[in-house]
Design a protein around this ligand. Structure first.
Ligand SMILES: Nc1nc2c(ncn2[C@@H]2O[C@H](COP(=O)(O)OP(=O)(O)OP(=O)(O)O)[C@@H](O)[C@H]2O)c(=O)[nH]1
Ligand SMILES: Nc1nc2c(ncn2[C@@H]2O[C@H](COP(=O)(O)OP(=O)(O)OP(=O)(O)O)[C@@H](O)[C@H]2O)c(=O)[nH]1
Ligand SMILES: [Mg+2]
Ligand SMILES: [Mg+2]
Ligand SMILES: [Zn+2]
Ligand SMILES: [Zn+2]
Lengths: 211, 211
């Protein structure tokens, strides 16, 4: 509808600007509390000095996430959406001057915690990354297909909790692949560092190439 | 706006019909995977034969939740919203004939997993109940205030996992009370049964009164 069309026009402007400047942008989408910010905390720490990063983070209210991500070597911009349940391309476009001021090569966008609405709004990213924590259950990819079918990368978070849960990892992987054949699945724990090397190496290859 | 106004008109019709028939309805709202369905599984088992219940459950896709809730003594109706990120009053109104056919006194509505959008849509319920799992973190009430400020009851789920988490229960309670002074907090585990007696007793008192 009208809102989506206007959004897509803005998203294309964002996409072109990022491409001209050789910047990779990814749209991290997941439920509230699945560990997006915790993953970015560890990611920024590890990439500092190796790959210049920037972050735009969105929430209905508070700048809690931006404050957690400060001081880790990356420019961070908080958007408070107030009532909106998703970030939109116009908000990203307005933040670009500030967040790209230090020459970032990789832009992480942490969307509002929501498995539904963010999937409908193109932000001009290279692609969407869907996060799913081990504590949420195995059937979420099937129940929320619009996000998972659009995400070439899925991240299973909080793997350190698996011993304490009745959770079937094989079923979860199968559901992810059913909804998005060929999906690339990272399995990691921000808390213990398990699986983080593969995640970090991926971004260094993806965004670290010379312009 | 227009959509909300039409919704509210339908919600008032639902509210009046429930009141005429002495039926209590509650709108369970939370993130995906916070344990709404697990709580209803145990609730329906325990209330069967004591208090007639019914359930309307909403998801983007699948009837997974309705199937989990079958055979527990309550009429269950699944609504698949496809793209919509929340249930609306029109959908509830359309389901009432079927779901109330067995003389239910208590109607649980399990909304689409989403901490944002469902808060904006009145379904004709007595009140909203916000669920928050121990695995989501302490700051969700502050980050998603529209839901938590509208919920006179909050349920902390998955309390059995607390020993394995870095989670500050006092901070979580304080955040809930800050956003909704006087909020009534249940702390329970569907898995172990901890805290379930208080939850069940509450509904028996609430909805078990003679008409
Ligand atoms: N055990 C464990 N807990 C984790 C891990 N990652 C995050 N958490 C916990 O999960 C909770 C939520 O983490 P956040 O990083 O705030 O999640 P989020 O997805 O950014 O949440 P929103 O931005 O509100 O949508 C916090 O209590 C974290 O400590 C992990 O790898 N292992
Ligand atoms: N340890 C523990 N796990 C729980 C508890 N309640 C639910 N879970 C787990 O949490 C996951 C999600 O539970 P669901 O009942 O499907 O959550 P939900 O809120 O209904 O999810 P949606 O309907 O998709 O929004 C499942 O793996 C459950 O086994 C609990 O009390 N303790
Ligand atoms: Mg966050
Ligand atoms: Mg459910
Ligand atoms: Zn939305
Ligand atoms: Zn919505």
């Amino acid at each position: 509808r009208r809102i989506l069309e206007e959004n897509d026009v803005a998203a294309e402007r964002v996409r072109r600007r990022l491409a001209r400047n050789g910047i990779v942008a990814v749209n991290l989408i997941s439920s509230p509390g699945s560990g997006k910010t915790a993953l970015l905390e560890k990611t920024l720490d590890q990439l500092a000095g190796r790959l210049p990063c920037a972050v735009i983070t969105g929430d209905q209210r508070t700048d809690n996430d931006a404050r957690r991500l400060q001081g880790r070597g990356a420019r961070v911009c908080q958007i408070e959406t107030h009532d909106a349940c998703h970030l939109d391309a116009h908000q990203i476009e307005t933040s670009l001057d500030e967040v790209l001021a230090d020459g970032a090569r990789l832009l992480f966008i942490e969307n509002v915690g929501n498995l539904v609405c963010p999937a409908a709004f193109d932000l001009g990213e290279h692609f969407k990354v869907a996060l799913l924590s081990t504590t949420e259950g195995e059937d979420k990819p099937l129940k929320y297909p619009s996000l998972f079918s659009q995400s070439p990368i899925a991240v299973l978070t909080k793997t350190d909790l698996i011993p304490h849960l009745d959770w079937n990892i094989a079923a979860c992987r199968e559901n992810l692949r059913r909804i998005r054949p060929g999906v690339f699945i990272f399995e990691l724990s921000s808390k213990t560092g398990a699986g983080m090397d593969a995640w970090l190496d991926y971004w260094i290859k993806m965004a670290g190439a010379p312009i």
